[in-house]
Design a protein around this ligand. Structure first.
Ligand SMILES: *Cc1c(COP(=O)(O)O)cnc(C)c1O
Length: 388
C-alpha cells in the first residue's frame, strides 16, 4: 500500500470513528441485483434508474459499478444528475425523465444526453433545437397510460406518428410507467399494457419500455425492449406479497453517545411523549431526522407497548425507539440488552438484518423508497466492492 493510500485510509477511519451514523453501501450487491433483474427481464435490455443520487447510494459510485456489470442505459430525473452520471459513464445512454426545460437543448447536446419528452410543446422545442443544430438528436417519448402526471395522453400518442417534427429528431425510446405494478393483481396493470400497446403499434420499429422494478415481476409481464428498474437494484422488494429476491445494498449503523437509566413515570424526549412504566435503560444515538431518518418513526406511548415505530438492533437484540426522534438524536430502550453488551461508542443497526428498507419504511408509515432517497449527507459512507 502506498503512503498516500494509507493516509487516505487513516483519514477515512477517523471520519468513520467520529461519525454519528455510518452508511454501508455494497456495490457488489448492487451489481448482483442488476444481474438478477436482467435474468427476469426476458431478453429485454436492463437499464438502471439512478435518479435522486442513485436512490441515495451515490451516483458517482453506483453508476460505474452498474456500468461494469454491463448496464448501458441510465435514467435520472434532473439534467444536473445526468451531467454527474455522464462524468462517470462516458459511453452510456442517459435519459432525463423530468422532461425538457426551455433553453436547455445546448446542455443536452454538449453532454450527449437524451430528454424524455412528455408533451407536444416539448416535442416541438426539441425538434426546433435539432433543426437549428442540423442534427437528428435522440430523445424518448413518454406516454401517460394512467398516472396522469407526465407524458402525452394516449389520444395524443396515437396522433404522434402524423406529426411533422418526427423527421427532425430520432425517437430512441417509447415509454410509459406503471401506477401500481407492485400490486400484481391490480387490473390497472393490464389496462396500461393495452393502452401502451395501442400507441406502440402506430410507431413500429421504435424500442419500447414499460416495466419498473415491480413490473419486471408481473405474471403477465409485457415483453418490451428495455426495462427500467430502480428500487429493486438498491435492495427494495419489488414483490411485496412474496419474499424479496434482491440482496440488501444499504446498511445504516448509528453510534451510542450516552446511556442512562430513567425512573418509573419519567418521560423521554421532546414533548414527553413516551413514558417509562418502570426503571428503563435508554441509549441515545447520534442520528436524527436531519440525517433523513424519519421523525414519523417516533415512539409515542409507554415502555413495553407494541408501537408501530422505529427499531434498532443492539448486539443482536431488537430494541424499540423511545419518544420523539429529534433533529440529531434518537433515544432507544435497551433495558433488555445485558448491560455488558452495550456501551458508549458502540454502534447499533438502524438498517440491516430484519430491519430492511421496506420494514424501516413501514415502521415510519412510509415506503422504503423514501427511506433510501433521504439517506443523509452527514453519514460517513463506507463503500465495498464494485471492482471489475
Ligand atoms: C422512478 C422511475 C422508475 C423506477 O421505478 P422503481 O419502482 O424504482 O423501479 C422507472 N420509470 C420511471 C418513469 C420512473 O420515474
Amino acid at each position: 500500500m502506498t503512503r498516500n493510500n494509507s493516509q487516505t485510509n487513516a483519514a477515512r477511519d477517523i471520519l468513520e470513528n467520529a461519525a454519528g451514523g455510518i452508511l454501508h453501501i455494497d456495490l457488489d450487491a448492487l451489481a448482483s441485483n442488476w444481474r438478477t433483474l436482467r435474468e427476469h427481464a426476458g431478453g429485454a435490455e436492463t437499464a438502471a434508474v439512478v435518479k435522486a443520487n442513485a436512490y441515495g447510494t451515490g451516483i458517482e459510485k453506483a453508476v460505474p459499478a452498474l456500468a461494469r456489470a454491463g448496464c448501458r442505459t441510465f435514467f435520472v430525473a434532473h439534467l444536473s444528475e445526468a451531467i454527474r452520471a455522464r462524468a462517470v459513464a462516458p459511453y452510456a445512454a442517459i435519459y432525463v425523465l423530468n422532461g425538457l426545460f426551455a433553453g436547455t437543448g445546448p446542455t443536452y447536446a454538449e453532454f450527449d444526453l437524451r430528454p424524455v419528452l412528455g408533451s407536444f410543446e416539448e416535442v416541438e422545442e426539441w425538434a426546433g433545437f435539432c433543426r437549428a443544430q442540423n442534427r437528428k438528436l435522440k430523445a424518448a417519448i413518454h406516454v401517460d397510460t394512467g398516472m396522469n402526471r407526465l407524458g402525452l395522453t394516449v389520444p395524443q400518442g396515437l396522433t404522434l406518428k402524423d406529426r411533422g417534427e418526427l423527421k427532425d429528431f430520432e425517437i430512441a425510446l417509447l415509454m410509459s410507467h406503471f401506477v401500481s405494478a407492485e400490486e400484481s393483481d391490480n387490473p390497472l396493470n393490464a389496462q396500461q399494457i393495452e393502452a401502451f400497446e395501442a400507441v406502440r403499434s402506430t410507431l413500429p420499429g421504435i424500442p419500447a419500455s414499460l416495466p419498473n422494478s415491480s413490473g419486471i415481476f408481473l405474471r403477465d409481464k409485457p415483453g418490451y425492449d428495455l426495462v427500467r428498474p430502480g428500487y429493486a437494484l438498491y435492495g427494495g422488494n419489488p414483490t411485496p406479497d412474496r419474499n424479496n429476491p434482491m440482496k440488501p445494498v444499504v446498511g445504516l449503523n448509528a453510534r451510542i453517545v450516552q446511556l442512562r437509566w430513567v425512573e418509573a413515570d419519567q418521560t423521554v424526549g421532546y414533548n414527553g411523549r413516551w413514558v417509562a412504566l418502570d426503571k428503563r435503560r435508554i441509549a441515545t444515538l447520534s442520528v436524527g431526522y436531519a440525517d433523513g431518518y424519519p421523525r414519523a418513526a417516533s415512539a409515542r406511548g409507554r415502555s413495553g407497548d407494541e408501537l408501530l415505530a422505529g427499531m434498532a438492533l443492539v448486539a443482536g437484540h431488537t430494541c424499540s425507539f423511545a419518544g420523539n426522534v429529534s433533529m440529531d438524536l434518537i433515544t432507544i430502550d435497551v433495558t433488555d440488552v445485558p448491560e455488558s453488551q452495550v456501551k458508549r461508542g458502540d454502534t447499533v443497526t438502524l438498517i440491516g438484518g430484519d430491519l430492511t428498507i421496506d420494514e424501516v419504511g413501514r415502521r415510519a408509515g412510509t415506503i422504503g423508497y423514501e427511506i433510501l432517497t433521504n439517506l443523509g449527507a452527514r453519514y460517513a459512507r463506507a463503500y465495498r466492492g464494485g471492482e471489475a
